[in-house]
Design a protein around this ligand. Structure first.
Ligand SMILES: [Zn+2]
Length: 267
């Protein structure tokens, strides 16, 4: 679904993707005016690399008032939601499908905390969060991974950020997430407390649920019922299911209300 106007859903969408989020006071009101239609995500690095890089993104520099972008991605994978309004991050440049030299009003900017010089200081959790965050935002605005762009790819002003990242590989991973090969299954890794009070992943729980549901279904309806054989019954019960066998036994014992479903004369 396309989106026009400020992305007031930034925090919700990122949290919904399982990412840690810090909402900065006043983020919904912060920005240089309102977005037009949002067409993509522009990826940056801060060039600092420290825990206070967000301050410049939020407050700006002497030559450029903040906010400079909507989001800051910390090295531990946490997203800081800085602004819902327009930020000054794109500068001049172009990308297919985006208005030339006017991307600020059409793209969400992510400033990822990195020194930006070799040896690259990206952390695995940060890179993973970068891709998951981009995928979640693109899904929300109804765009594909082709609209997830490095500042250096867009810029006609010689930008180099985000440095040390292969954007084609990055986009492949983002598209895989959009295609449901990653993000939609991420919940399987979430930890929950099981019946015995142990911490297990949702995936482990589902595995045991499936196994034990299957065993239970087999006991009630015959071997293979759990594999879709559709209530075959047990041969030692005369190919009856447990319920059918109970009916037969009850009828033979003349228990009121019990009857053999195979010789049902009420039909
Ligand atoms: Zn940049």
């Amino acid at each position: 679904m396309a989106w026009s106007g400020d992305p007031v859903w930034l925090a919700d969408v990122l949290r919904g993707a399982g990412l840690p989020v810090i909402e900065h006071d006043g983020w919904r009101e912060r920005g240089h005016g309102d977005f037009l239609d949002i067409r993509g995500v522009l990826c940056h690095h801060t060039g600092g690399g420290g825990p206070n890089d967000w301050r410049i993104v939020q407050d700006g520099r002497p030559d450029l008032p903040g906010p400079l972008a909507q989001l800051v991605l910390e090295r531990d994978g946490t997203y800081r939601v800085i602004a819902a309004g327009v930020g000054w991050h794109a500068g001049r440049g172009s990308w297919p499908g985006w208005p030339t030299d006017n991307a600020n009003y059409h793209t969400i900017g992510i400033e990822a905390v990195s020194r930006g010089t070799p040896p690259w200081d990206w952390t695995p959790v940060q890179l993973d969060a970068y891709k998951r965050g981009c995928a979640a935002l693109l899904r929300r605005i109804g765009r594909g991974a082709g609209d997830c762009v490095a500042h250096r790819e867009y810029s006609s002003e010689g930008k180099i950020d985000p440095a040390g990242m292969d954007m084609n590989a990055f986009r492949r991973d983002v598209q895989a997430l959009l295609d449901g090969k990653g993000e939609q299954m991420a919940f399987l890794e979430e930890k929950i407390t099981n019946y015995h009070g142990e911490q297990v992943t949702v995936g482990t729980l589902l595995h045991y649920l499936d196994k034990h549901m299957g065993l239970t279904l087999d006991q009630l309806a015959g071997a293979g019922a759990a594999r879709g054989a559709n209530f075959p019954g047990w041969d030692f019960l005369g190919d009856r299911t447990t319920a059918e066998a109970l009916g037969v036994i009850g009828a033979a014992l003349k228990i009121p209300g019990f009857r053999d479903p195979a010789t049902d004369d009420r039909a």
